[in-house]
Design a protein around this ligand. Sequence first.
Ligand SMILES: [Zn+2]
Ligand SMILES: [Zn+2]
Length: 220
Amino acid sequence: MQFSPIQLIAPHYCSSCGRIGELLCEHCKYNIVSEPFEACILCHKLTLPMQNICTGCKPSFTKAWCVGSRSEGLKELLNRYKFERTRAAYKPLAELLHSTLPLLPTNVIIVPIPTIAPHIRQRGYDQTVLLARQFAKLRGLGYTPLLRRKTNSIQRGATRKQRVRQASQAFMAANCSGYYLVIDDITTTGSTLNAAAKALLDAGAKEVWVAVAAAQPLDD
Ligand SMILES: [Zn+2]
Ligand SMILES: [Zn+2]
């Protein structure tokens, strides 16, 4: 018996409601973006929506946006993307960022946080590169993978102090000038984003902003 290519592809189902069709259905996508994330991505204290840095934290980046906390549909979608090789999840995640972020100046360059090499090998793709590139495409903005990893330290499972130390040594950047938006999938303490922003500023960037799909407190 011959199988048509479509039968060989397992059907997608919505990560939030389970409906067959897409990795995240329009209804659940709308539900996620209609509840703006109202916390600092560094210390998780409450903030105003669309201002995800509190007045107490002073990171190297000057603006931050986050789609939501790593819970429910967003958590399932990210888990499938990161741990179950659901490569196509970069599309709904980029659409969530697209719906969450305000209009950006046309000279902003999109920069992904580079994924640790063993993780790329495990998955067969670099999830942050796919996400950042797709977001740049949706917005018609420039995309340049300017950051390089100096180490392969894994942040998951590390304490806040370890994360800050590991992250501070993690990145280097090629010559920069102008304005950058750094994109990552998940942030816990913001230390990776902070170190990435610092590396870009050290390399000549004028200003760095950050955007993430999800934030999760360290004790989760
Ligand atoms: Zn759904
Ligand atoms: Zn804070």
